[in-house]
Design a protein around this ligand. Structure first.
Ligand SMILES: CC(C)(COP(=O)(O)OP(=O)(O)OC[C@H]1O[C@@H](n2cnc3c(N)ncnc32)[C@H](O)[C@@H]1OP(=O)(O)O)[C@@H](O)C(=O)NCCC(=O)NCCS
Length: 259
């Protein structure tokens, strides 16, 4: 006789107002489930949807046109991005960054004490990033000051996609034939205040763009959700353009980097 399969479960405690509990009970009864079964199923459904929403960027028809156009006819790299990539820009010689190493985030990197001036980005780096890396929700790269080993900056990179379902055939057939156009998303990018203004932010962004462009999985653009006006200005300075209905969704094509 086959031995019974044991499924390991964890306990979750939650507080719920009596009115809400009554509604949940009623709904659970209608589905013939226990309250806890019902709660777990509902939470799981919502969690899957949230993760799918985070990975898929949905656009209006008009925004799909703008997005497609930016992919098909990308403007040339702006001088700031060229500088950040370490190429010789027409107007200025390459600026050499202080000696930093770029590495994948590892257990030996001290994450407490990182301070870029934006609390949510510091808190994310101190408390959540390693969980996201472990779950493969995103990768995290850090710039480490070579002389001290101190983390001077970080960025996260994750896979995403933009479904282009409503484009006219003529435009759609010039684009990659995927259910959605694969993009890489810079979720967060920050430089510790001690190191700001030393070309490190630009270097991190260029590193993200190069990694995405050289990835074995075809990636067509780098996208960001700029958090505020200053971040938006930083990304614009590096050639990102708005493309979506959300105010600060920005994109740069990787076409000029792929080679
Ligand atoms: C935005 C941030 C990453 C910039 O990093 P930095 O190391 O200070 O910037 P750099 O020295 O690499 O600047 C590179 C170029 O961008 C320009 N730049 C920097 N911040 C800028 C801003 N807010 N707006 C416009 N341009 C900006 C610089 O003048 C420089 O231009 P140049 O190459 O023409 O000389 C950093 O200030 C930071 O971490 N801020 C808080 C967190 C944040 O806003 N993150 C971004 C959104 S998630």
């Amino acid at each position: 006789m086959p031995s019974p399969v044991t499924v390991r479960t964890s306990r979750v405690e939650a507080r719920i107002a009596p009115d809400s509990l009554a509604v949940v009970r009623r709904a659970a009864e209608l589905q013939g489930r226990s309250v806890s079964d019902f709660l777990v199923a509902a939470a799981l459904k919502d969690a899957h949807q949230t993760i799918a929403d985070a990975q898929l960027i949905r656009l209006s028809v008009e925004d799909q046109h703008r997005f497609a156009n930016l992919l098909l006819n990308p403007p040339p790299l702006v001088p700031a991005m060229q500088r950040a990539l370490g190429q010789k820009a027409p107007d200025r010689q390459r600026q050499v960054t202080a000696p930093f190493r770029l590495e994948l985030l590892a257990a030996n990197h001290a994450r407490e004490g990182f301070s870029c001036g934006v609390t949510v980005l510091d808190a994310y780096f101190a408390r959540q990033v390693s969980q996201d890396v472990r779950r493969r929700a995103s990768a995290c790269f850090v710039a480490v000051e070579a002389s001290t080993g101190r983390v001077a900056g970080y960025y996260t990179l994750a896979a995403g996609g933009v479904p282009l379902t409503d484009l006219p055939e003529a435009l759609a057939k010039r684009l990659p034939r995927y259910p959605s156009v694969p993009v890489a998303r810079v979720g967060r990018l920050a430089v510790d205040q001690t190191f700001q203004g030393r070309k490190l932010g630009g270097a991190l962004l260029a590193d993200a763009a190069l990694r995405a462009a050289r990835s074995e999985v075809a990636v067509f653009a780098l996208v960001v959700d700029a958090k505020d006006d200053a971040a938006e200005a930083f990304y614009r300075h590096h050639g990102f353009e708005p493309y979506g209905t959300q105010p600060r969704q920005m994109i740069v094509s990787l076409r000029h980097l792929a080679s």
